[in-house]
Design a protein around this ligand. Structure first.
Ligand code: NAD
Ligand code: ZN
Length: 351
């Protein structure tokens, strides 16, 4: 679990104070990895740079890759004689995951791809701080960083991945465009449904999942002042992340990974594209999802899989069925006889 967290409107202004005791000396910088949406915006001027700290703006147009992590680590090692005092990630799931991975690789030899999997990280990461600017993924609280590698899209899941400090400032999410707000928010909603409907469910996950689901319903189906809604979605994301940390996601995520691998479709929208077709598996969840879609007038793209070749489908099916734990959580130990490659291809072809 994340050992330190502060929450509240304006809490971002405490970042300088929080980092100060973590600064080893003036030669050991803090590296700030920031979503390039904030380049030339006021937040960039509020970042508490000291000594030789470095601010690196990074685009979130594509999901993080292992090679990108390796390149960032090499750049930092080349530019500084000392290991940084820490890494601060500011942005959505993309930037948070990059910050987690870079902080691990700065203290562990080899390449990012070597650590994709479960509990392969030997040494602690360097100190790292996460500051979400969009709510939903739960990346701020989870023990994984999801990376696209040369062979697979898979997380670095470890106890060293989790942030040392998180700052939850709902004000930072004010500028998120409606569609992106919806898609990333639905990531949280889908985490809840998949966790609560899964066979891995336990009291720990259920307690967080139920709270997150209630908050999602308030945010996406009721009318609340924007500020209250931002607060609630930020806490929903946190609770949703906690819920899956001790259980697993399910079919939408397993299929969304296939879409992302083959077509580069991003996580939030990919989950939504899949989830709309999963009524036979999650009837209540899909009903709520459709209400949310229509309340916010979101038009999802259509025909995504209409021109794919058989070998494209084979790739997606293979990537997706490789996520054994997700399928077992969703369908039980006998999942292979329930979700055959043919049935999965048929589901994909509806998207
Ligand atoms: P994102 O980080 O990909 O960002 C989506 C878009 O929103 C980008 O264009 C970004 O520039 C923009 N944006 C972010 N904050 C903004 C703001 N305040 N104002 C305006 N625009 C803003 O989005 P995401 O959905 O949060 O993250 C998706 C990523 O998270 C995927 O790579 C996925 O694999 C990962 N993920 C990780 C975990 C985990 O536990 N580690 C869980 C779920 C998803
Ligand atoms: Zn997700």
């Amino acid at each position: 679990m994340v050992p330190r967290v502060i929450f509240g409107k304006g809490s971002f202004s405490q970042l300088g104070e929080i980092l100060l005791p973590q600064r080893r000396n003036s030669e050991a910088p803090f590296i700030f990895l920031v979503d390039d949406f904030f380049e030339n915006r006021s937040l960039a001027n509020e970042i508490p740079l000291l000594f030789n700290d470095e601010l690196i703006f990074i685009s979130a147009d594509e999901e993080p890759k292992t090679a990108q992590v390796d390149a960032l680590v090499a750049r930092i090692q080349q530019n500084f004689d000392e290991l940084p005092s820490g890494i601060v990630g500011i942005g959505g799931g993309t930037l948070l995951d990059l910050a987690k991975a870079v902080s691990i690789l700065l203290n562990n030899d080899g390449l990012a791809q070597d650590y994709q999997g479960w509990d392969l990280v030997q040494r602690p990461a360097i100190y790292h701080v996460g500051i979400p600017t969009i709510s939903g993924t739960g990346a701020e609280v989870s023990r994984t960083t999801v990376l696209l590698g040369p062979e697979k899209k898979l997380g670095i899941n470890s106890d060293h991945t989790t942030f040392d400090q998180v700052i939850l400032d709902p004000d930072l999410t004010q500028t998120v465009p409606t569609e992106q707000w919806f898609y990333t928010g639905m990531d949280c909603f889908i985490h809840c449904i998949e966790s609560l409907e899964g066979t891995y469910l336990n009291a720990f996950s259920q307690s967080y999942g139920e709270k997150a689901l209630d908050l999602c319903k308030e945010v996406f189906l009721e009318d609340h002042p924007e500020e209250a809604s931002r607060d609630m979605l930020m806490m929903a994301s946190w609770h949703g992340g906690m819920s899956i940390a001790y259980s697993q996601v399910g079919i939408a995520h397993a299929m969304s990974y296939g879409l992302s691998y083959l077509l580069g479709i991003k996580h939030g929208i990919g989950n939504c594209l899949v989830f709309q077709h999963l009524e036979e598996f999650y009837p209540e969840g899909v009903k709520l999802f459709n209400q949310m879609l229509s309340k916010h007038n979101i038009q999802m793209p259509k025909g995504i899989c209409s021109n794919l070749s058989q070998s494209d489908f084979d790739t997606m099916v293979e990537v997706s069925l490789g996520m054994c734990a997700l399928w077992e959580n969703a369908l039980g130990k006998d999942w292979k006889s329930i979700m055959t490659p043919q049935r999965l291809q048929e589901l994909y072809s509806r998207i």
